[in-house]
Write a protein that binds this ligand. Structure first.
Ligand SMILES: [Fe+2]
Length: 506
């Protein structure tokens, strides 16, 4: 039925977000509900939970959709006042928030088990049925199989064999656990493995008893090789910012002033400024308090509520008519475990009504263009794990996230993962624009029809960055044309804007 419903929406050029699909499938008459939703909302591009909910004729059967998956709460219900709701004619539509209500598991172990089960179910959908993963068997059937078979698994652990330095993967699915061998220097060994990522494995079973299955091919969930992005049907541009760190002594006040002059059309490129309807901020809106040792020495505003009040004042400097959509980061005053919830209503009240604060990450559309905003804490885990990866080249790491279709797979690193029943860090649906921050560097790259963007910072170099030898690239503003995807990168780091750095190849 899932495939049937997906095909129904696809035939009408509609994109259905996973939570909406789960709600439809949990209803007694999924096809009927789908038809009603489409009929009632002519001209829409995306099917979201808040569109589906009013058309569910009866409550979802207890226990979810029969696969053990309870329908997640509609995204709209997770939001406070003003947050996330579509406004009249402002071109915004919320598609998905990573954050969801906690489950009812009795222990943390049960809660994390539920999270990883959900992740496996979500990611295995991208691997099942692929022609290059023929003869798929559950892990528990492996001892009785022979020749070449395929597995769809989660990677639990990687070790290196003592003598010959082959890789030995411990993998699991819902049926069991197995160890498989990836020969040293073989093609599959060239892409680093990350714990808790989903994999499709083509394996050859050994003839001799006791030998480990040999991995011949590794597939990851990945993105389609080509895809046509959604485009705005009217002239519209988005300004992408990140890591404003309001409250820090190192906040680049002069550069921010130049940026505001630009936005008001009274400085460089008024032609661009005129078409900017939305500003997206990818987290670390304020510097916060107690985020790192002796942070109080770096703070101009030592009170977090005052920091948000100052953020409100700064955002009021933007011209009226510009809508702001922002997600929190690890410096903001929300739970640091990811996915993070939106700001509390108390803090939201300090911001102007033109500001929407969603959870981190969130997927939404602006003028029909799908944008995924993720702050990017997992750069701190992925960069040390991927040979050659660097903070200065953030889009390479973002490509790896797309390869895994996951923003932060590994448990137990620097990125705390929230034990929620639904894994909101899975990348589904795919965005047209994928924006991150956190690295305080800048990067733009086009990858398989997706614009990857790491959106700089408005904080000068900190002592902490000097210690870690990370050179920030501050005060860059990326303006993206939603019709053509042309990117104008403006550099405000040295006074009035100059042309920013070129795009990365790719
Ligand atoms: Fe930051």
């Amino acid at each position: 039925m899932r495939e049937q419903i997906l095909a129904f929406f696809q035939a009408q050029n509609l994109l259905v977000v996973p939570e909406a699909l789960d709600l439809i499938l949990a209803s007694p008459a999924p096809l009927e509900v789908s038809r009603t939703v489409v009929h009632a909302h002519k001209g829409i591009l995306f099917i979201t939970p808040d569109l589906v909910t009013p058309h569910l004729s009866s409550p979802a059967p207890e226990g979810g959709n029969g696969n053990g998956e309870g329908p997640p709460a509609p995204a709209g219900d997770l939001l406070g006042p003003r947050a996330g709701r579509s406004g009249p004619g402002d071109g915004f539509q919320l598609l998905r928030q990573g954050y969801g209500e906690p489950g009812v598991s009795a222990t943390p172990l049960e809660a994390y088990t539920e999270l990883f089960r959900d992740r496996f179910r979500s990611l295995s959908r991208f691997l099942r049925g692929r022609p290059d993963l023929a003869d798929q068997v559950p892990v528990k059937e492996l001892p009785r199989a022979s020749g070449d078979v395929s597995l769809v698994v989660m990677l639990r652990d990687v070790e290196t064999s003592a003598k010959q330095h082959h890789l030995i993967l411990t993998v699991e699915d819902e049926s069991g656990t197995a160890r498989v061998l990836v020969p040293k220097d073989s093609r599959p060994s060239k892409v680093p493995f990350l714990p808790d990522e989903a994999l499709g494995l083509r394996v050859h079973l050994p003839r001799e008893p006791g030998g480990l299955p040999l991995v011949r091919e590794v597939l990851r969930p990945d993105t389609p090789a080509t895809r046509e992005p959604h485009r705005s049907s009217r002239p519209s541009r988005v300004l992408f910012l990140s890591d404003t760190h309001i409250g820090s002594r190192m906040f680049l006040e002069d550069a921010w002033g130049e940026l505001m002059d630009f936005l008001r059309g009274s400085s460089v490129r008024p032609d661009l400024a005129r078409e900017i309807r939305h500003v997206v901020i990818a987290g670390d809106l304020v510097d916060g308090i107690g985020i790192y040792p002796r942070q109080e020495n770096d703070l101009a505003i030592p009170d977090v509520v005052e920091q948000y009040a100052e953020l409100g004042r700064r955002l009021r400097e933007m011209p009226s008519g510009v809508q702001v959509v922002a997600v929190p980061g690890n410096h903001d005053a929300v739970c640091p475990a990811e996915p993070q919830p939106p700001l509390s209503p108390e803090l939201l009240r300090l911001l102007p009504p033109s500001v929407r604060i969603l959870g981190n990450p969130s997927t939404f559309s602006l003028e029909g263009v799908v944008i995924e905003a993720y702050h990017g804490r997992s750069f701190d885990d992925l960069i040390p794990s991927l040979p050659g990866a660097r903070y200065e080249r953030p889009t390479e790491v973002m490509r790896r996230m797309l390869l895994m279709r996951h923003l932060s797979p590994s448990y137990g690193g620097k990125t705390p993962l929230a034990p929620l029943p639904h894994d909101g860090l899975v990348m589904d649906p795919l965005p047209d624009i994928f924006v991150t921050g956190h690295t305080h560097t800048y990067g733009v790259e086009r990858w398989r029809g997706i614009l990857l963007l790491n959106a700089s910072t408005w904080l000068a170099e900190t002592e902490y960055q000097r210690m870690r030898n990370v050179k920030p690239v501050p005060a860059r503003a990326a303006v993206v044309n939603l019709e053509s995807y042309a990117v104008d990168a403006l550099d405000f780091s040295g006074g009035p804007a100059e042309k920013g750095p070129p795009e990365a190849a790719g």
